[in-house]
Design a protein around this ligand. Sequence first.
Ligand code: PHE
Length: 341
Amino acid sequence: MLSKIEALLARIEGFNSTNPAEIEDFRVKILGRKGELNDILEDFKKVAPEQKRELGQKINLVKTAATSRINTLKEMAAEAAQAPAAAIGDMTRPGSEDGIGSRHPISLVRREIVDIFSRLGYTVAEGPEMEDDWHVFSALNFPPEHPARDMQDTFFIEKNPDILLRTHTSSIQVRTMEHQKPPIRVICPGRVFRNEAISYRAHCIFHQIEGLYIDEGVSFADLKQSLLYFAKELFGESAKIRMRPSYFPFTEPSAEVDVSCNLCGGKGCNVCKGTGWLEIMGCGMVDPNVLESNGIDSTKYSGFAFGMGVERIAMLKFGVKDLRLYFENDVRFLHQFDSVL
Ligand code: PHE
């Protein structure tokens, strides 16, 4: 009988499982009413009184060993069952939607502007962001001492004054004139770089869209009419424009273009600083020097050019007060443009 008890104890200690059904089977087989421990207790009744003490202790030992082994295994089984469930979480909870991205407000406005000019027959031209002095300044009639050529405005590459980051996309217009004979009608979107302190209204990187139209008999009236059409398409049918004399080395005459404030309808508000007008771009008739530098006969052809900052237009269109928001890519800002297609 002793050997039977010891064999049972060894089996109990050796038993291992994390399957709750298997553990329960084992419990019934050992500790159940018809289990092995009860068989042993039946035999125990027949044991001689002098052996009872020793055997009784052994049987108690088997009983506690079995109970504790089974309880430990049950706990381990319960933990194992919970671990993957905890990792997955509540399986009945509604799933979280995979947010689809949205277009950046600068891309939205860029596309809208390009669309408007494509309806007027303009095609898109692009060019490199890293440029040489000729395409950014010299071919555009910038005198050598012009302040825009200064280190303060222009980023030069490794102090080589000939290689720089373009400060405007007019360089694309120069490249277009190199390859194309008039009539030329291009719209040039792109990123530009200026060595400016970053603030709510200025950044060292921003986006421009410039346009160039060269043909026989192009006049200032054509320029004005094209820009009025553009302003109405972008800001609504009631938009008006006005032109103020200005100066650019590559255009003569030059003008600054204002559009009637779309927020107050021209009455005057804090966005238009009470004037009823918002400045949106520079423009002018292409200077004959520029045409000649680029191999175009200025006695036969004339043209106009214009250029605007995309961030500025986007600020006016969406009422964004701080230009830096466009570069921070905070999704709380970007999601506000989800619905603008
Ligand atoms: N290139 C000018 C700028 O960067 C904008 C402009 C383009 C003005 C064409 C007139 C004509 O400010």
